[in-house]
Design a protein around this ligand. Structure first.
Ligand code: NAD
Ligand code: ADE
Length: 426
């Protein structure tokens, strides 16, 4: 492990020699993040974040790199660490660490101890705005680093699980500053969670295992924004999809979308590939894995590595690494199951996460949320906020423009009709 010291803050990354590849990947991401690049151009002109310190715990990918550059061009100084021990792209981390006004901490495969050490390095930087994916940074701040709470203006949260944690904090009165649930933008959860997780989860499983999806029975646990995308893409690749749920409405939706819906227990004799995307704990337990087909593949794409009981699996079966991010667990009865990405989000552990095009939309939300918090700082309290609808709509327009798509406009007559009640059956 090589730790590279740059500036006084001393970025800590795997290997500075990887920066050349990182720059090429960042260049590629810029080409495919048109909407975010438009915001970046405006930020460079208007400098809405002049002098603001932004502390981030996000997956350190080429897409996040373009968000970092956008905030930096908006006038901010940025310190970033990862939000998962397996998701940092070391080449991107190296390239970003060379940039002025950016401090980077993390490496792919970091220990838990280093994960929290780097999280604290970002907190030592005394961020005024936080950006989290999963809420570990805010949790660390409110529980262990209250010394740095005073200077925090507010923060943004990227994912469903993080928003759930923030709302629980708000309810218990633990949240000390305003947080924007960027995940709740339509241009986030209906795009990133759906199209992004749909594609990149399969990408991660395929890179880890090289399995053929056609003809397989794929069990998708959870039919929310992510599960819908995963089920759709697995079907598109020729798999037979079974959905498991705990909520009757998404269960019904899954059935109406043409999938079989049943209890996990009942899916066990059939499943070849299991994918969890619930945001919940121990959805696949040892009692399930004991009954799975020999050779079944398991993967998780939910935020934390608790959806599959990996600890229980390790106690019940013996493990051997077959290839990177693909482990076989042999049970005493002679059958085995394979676990992709160590049970961490497989799309980022075993692949590169969502493609740049879809992350562009999510990160337009992050950049505009930072601007919104900073502008409205005197009016916001310690609550979880959703961005005003106009900002979400603005992101949709930007993306349509980048894609060269024009849509119809309401005529005056249509506007009047939609605002009226007195025109009925003719
Ligand atoms: P969501 O709330 O829209 O959907 C989750 C669904 O899981 C719900 O319908 C819920 O009823 C269901 N569920 C809960 N417990 C279950 C159980 N025991 N068995 C079966 N179903 C169960 O959430 P989402 O936006 O789809 O996100 C799901 C997870 O994925 C979260 O942890 C989120 O943070 C994460 N996420 C990951 C990525 C990624 O890049 N891998 C991207 C976005 C979100
Ligand atoms: N979450 C999912 N995919 C991602 C990506 N490519 N970059 C950052 N966060 C992500």
């Amino acid at each position: 492990m090589f730790f590279h010291a740059i500036y006084n803050m001393q970025s800590q990354i795997k290997d500075p020699a990887l920066a050349g590849q990182g720059k090429l990947n960042l260049e590629l991401a810029e080409r495919n993040m048109g909407a975010l690049m438009k915001i970046r151009e405006r930020f460079l002109r208007e400098r809405p974040l002049e002098g603001v310190r932004i502390g981030m715990a996000l997956h350190v990918t080429k897409e996040t790199g373009i968000l970092v550059r956008t905030l930096r061009d908006g006038g901010a100084t940025v310190a970033i660490t990862g939000c998962n021990p397996l998701s940092t792209q070391d080449d991107v981390a190296a390239a970003l660490a060379e940039e002025e006004g950016v401090f980077v901490y993390g490496y792919k495969g970091e220990t838990n101890e280093d994960y929290y050490k780097y999280m604290n390095a970002v907190i030592d930087f005394a961020p005024q705005i936080t950006i989290d994916d999963g809420c570990d940074l805010v949790t660390e701040l409110v529980t262990k680093r209250q010394d740095k709470l005073e200077g925090v203006i507010g923060g943004c949260e990227e994912t469903t699980t993080g928003v759930i944690r923030l709302k629980a904090m708000e309810k218990e009165g633990v949240l000390k500053f305003p947080m924007v649930a960027v995940n709740d933008n339509k241009t986030k959860h209906l795009m990133d969670n759906y199209y992004g997780t749909g594609q990149s989860t399969l990408d991660g499983i395929i890179r880890a295992s090289n399995v053929l999806f056609a003809g397989k029975t794929v069990v998708v646990a959870g039919y929310g924004s992510c599960g819908k995308g995963v089920a759709l893409r697995a079907k598109g690749m020729g798999a037979n999809v079974i959905v498991t749920e705990v909520d009757p409405f998404p269960a019904l939706q899954a059935r109406m979308d043409g999938f079989r819906v049943m209890k996990m227990e009942d899916a066990l004799p059939e499943g070849d590939i299991y994918i969890t995307v619930t945001g919940n704990k121990h959805v696949i337990r040892v009692e399930h894995m004991e009954k799975m087909k020999n050779g079944a593949i398991l993967a998780n794409s939910g935020h934390f590595d608790v959806e599959i009981d990996v600890v229980g699996l390790g106690n019940a079966a013996s493990k051997r690494r077959v290839r990177p991010y693909f482990d076989e667990y042999l049970f005493p009865d002679g059958h085995s199951v394979f676990l992709a990405g160590e049970g961490r989000l497989v799309n980022l552990a075993a692949a590169e996460g969502h493609p740049s095009e879809v992350m562009s939309l999510s990160f337009c939300g992050q950049a505009l949320a930072c601007e919104w918090i900073y502008k409205n700082r005197s009016e916001l309290g310690p609550k979880v906020y959703v961005l005003p609808d106009e900002i979400d709509t603005q992101i949709s327009w930007l993306q349509l423009k980048v894609m060269g798509i024009s849509i119809d406009e309401l005529t005056d007559e249509q506007k009047r009709y939609l605002a009226s009640w007195n025109e009925g059956t003719a």
